[in-house]
Structure formats: structure tokens, C-alpha cells
Design a binder for this molecule. Structure first.
Ligand code: NAP
Length: 252
């Protein structure tokens, strides 16, 4: 690949890359030429195979991002292997479902810690490095339709993804002039572990499908194009956007 979407010589660190959207993003970035540092708490073997097919390098880093404790270690491991991380994708996330009247403090903390707190402090760690060496970089946060809408039975998830959209805009304002682009992708309804409960509920599943203008749920491969764009020179003057990749859901 050549041209403004070419990522040859770049290194992308993708959290939660063992499955689902994180895997789809890692594969798309590798296909565009990037080396991949895949961070998560599960084995990355399948993603490693899919990425290295494209001839780029791959490193799996074990880390549980339910706390900020592993962040400096993750950065050190990635830098030891690749020298520098040019692209950070904050994808790891969890969802807990319960009516707002029953939602527990433990579930609130678990969701906020992984989806928002760790994403912010990971971005801080890599952002500091990108700013310090003056070579800039790209940060892509995986937000949600719940960055725009309320949803039901997922109060902490909605708070975390609305917060992530806000943090995306704040960081874009602070860092845009210094060569670090911070943007987000808001996936619609994709077939991954995250939406298994919805897809197993025939009523919810049918209601969701009937509202998607594209007429189908998203496949993890559908997320890659937006990620490559936001990781590449093609988006150098794009800052603080939350890009929906949703089959038209928000246009409805
Ligand atoms: P998924 O298959 O459940 O993937 C979530 C990923 O996050 C997995 O790799 C998971 O690792 C990782 N993760 C969770 N907690 C972690 C922790 N404490 N430390 C490290 N990694 C952790 O669901 P997905 O749909 O691909 O989700 C990816 C992102 O997209 C999430 O931020 C989600 O909120 C967002 N999203 C998804 C949809 C959708 O329709 N699917 C829509 C909007 C936004 P394990 O496999 O080890 O648990």
C-alpha cells in the first residue's frame, strides 16, 4: 500500500485485540502496514496469525486494564520491541446490564475503571511520549452510540462512553497544535461478545435490526476502514471527532 493511508513503518498499540472490534482494527492496521502491539488479558494467537499474514511485526502484551497499574509496564514492553508507539487504539471495554434502579456500585466502578479511567491514563502515558519527542501521533478511542444516546439498562456503560467522547474532545483541544490527533469511532451494533445478550433476545434483536438503515448488524471487518483513516496521514487535520460507523443508525 502507498499514499495517505499507508501505515508502513508505524507501530499501533491496540487494547483488547484478541477478539471482536479490537481484532478487526488490529488486522486492518496491519494490512495497511503497521506493526501491532496487542494488549489484553487473553491470548492473542488468532489475532497474531491474522496480522502477521500481512508481513508486519506483532507483539502480544499481557495486561489487565481494569486498573491503571500495568500502564507503564505496557509502554515499556511496547517500546522495547518497537522503539515507539505512533498509534494508540483504546478499544478494551466491558458492559454490565441491569435496570438503573438495581445497578450496583461494583458494576459501576468496574465499567468506569476499564472503559474510561484506564483509557484516559493510557492515553496520558502515550500522549506524553508523543508530545515529548515532537513526532506526534494518533489516538483513536472506541466510543459508542451511547456517546450520543441514552440507551437502557446500561447506566455505567453510557456514562463511560459519553465520558470518552468528552475526553476525546478535550485531548484534541490540548494536543491538536502539537501533532497528536485524538479522535474516536462510535461503532453501531456489531456482532461481538459485547452484544451477545442483545442478539440472544429475539425481541431486542429484531427491534435493533429493523432500525439499522444498512439492514444488517456490523461485522468486525466493517470497523477497519475508519480506524485506518484516523491512524493515517489522511486525517492529519481531523481532531476531536466521534465518527459513527453504524450502518446509518444515527441518521435515522
Ligand atoms: P468484546 O468482544 O467483548 O471485546 C472487548 C475487548 O476488551 C476484549 O478483547 C476484552 O478482553 C477486552 N477487555 C475487557 N476488559 C479488559 C481488561 N480489564 N483488560 C484488558 N482487556 C479487557 O466486545 P467488542 O464489541 O469487540 O468491544 C470492543 C469495544 O467496542 C468496547 O470498548 C465496546 O464497548 C465497543 N463497542 C462495541 C459495540 C458492539 O456493537 N459490539 C458497539 C459500540 C462500542 P477479553 O476477551 O479478555 O475479555
Amino acid at each position: 500500500m502507498s499514499g495517505p493511508l499507508d501505515l508502513s513503518g508505524k507501530t499501533a498499540l491496540v487494547t483488547g485485540a484478541n477478539t471482536g472490534l479490537g481484532q478487526g482494527i488490529a488486522v486492518a492496521l496491519a494490512k495497511a502496514g503497521a506493526n501491532i502491539a496487542a494488549v489484553g488479558r487473553s491470548a492473542m494467537d488468532e489475532t497474531a496469525t491474522l496480522c502477521t499474514e500481512h508481513g508486519t511485526r506483532f507483539l502480544a502484551i499481557r495486561a489487565d486494564l481494569s486498573s491503571t497499574a500495568p500502564i507503564e509496564g505496557v509502554a515499556a514492553e511496547a517500546e522495547a520491541a518497537f522503539g515507539r508507539v505512533d498509534i494508540l487504539v483504546n478499544n478494551a471495554g466491558i458492559i454490565r446490564r441491569a435496570d438503573a434502579v438495581d445497578f450496583s456500585e461494583a458494576d459501576w466502578d468496574a465499567v468506569m475503571d476499564t472503559n474510561l479511567k484506564s483509557a484516559f491514563f493510557l492515553t496520558q502515558a502515550f500522549g506524553r511520549r508523543m508530545l515529548a519527542d515532537g513526532r506526534g501521533g494518533k489516538v483513536i478511542n472506541i466510543a459508542s452510540l451511547l456517546s450520543f444516546q441514552g440507551g437502557i439498562r446500561i447506566p455505567a456503560y453510557t456514562a463511560s462512553k459519553s465520558g470518552l467522547a468528552g475526553i476525546t474532545r478535550l485531548l484534541a483541544c490540548e494536543w491538536a497544535a502539537r501533532g497528536v490527533n485524538v479522535n474516536a469511532i462510535a461503532p453501531g451494533y456489531f456482532v461481538t461478545n459485547n452484544t451477545q445478550a442483545l442478539r440472544e433476545d429475539p425481541e431486542r434483536s429484531a427491534a435493533i435490526l429493523s432500525r439499522i438503515p444498512a439492514g444488517r448488524w456490523g461485522d468486525p471487518a466493517d470497523i477497519g476502514g475508519g480506524a485506518v483513516f484516523l491512524a493515517s496521514a489522511a486525517s492529519d487535520y481531523v481532531n476531536g471527532v466521534v465518527l459513527p460507523v453504524d450502518g446509518g443508525w444515527l441518521a435515522r
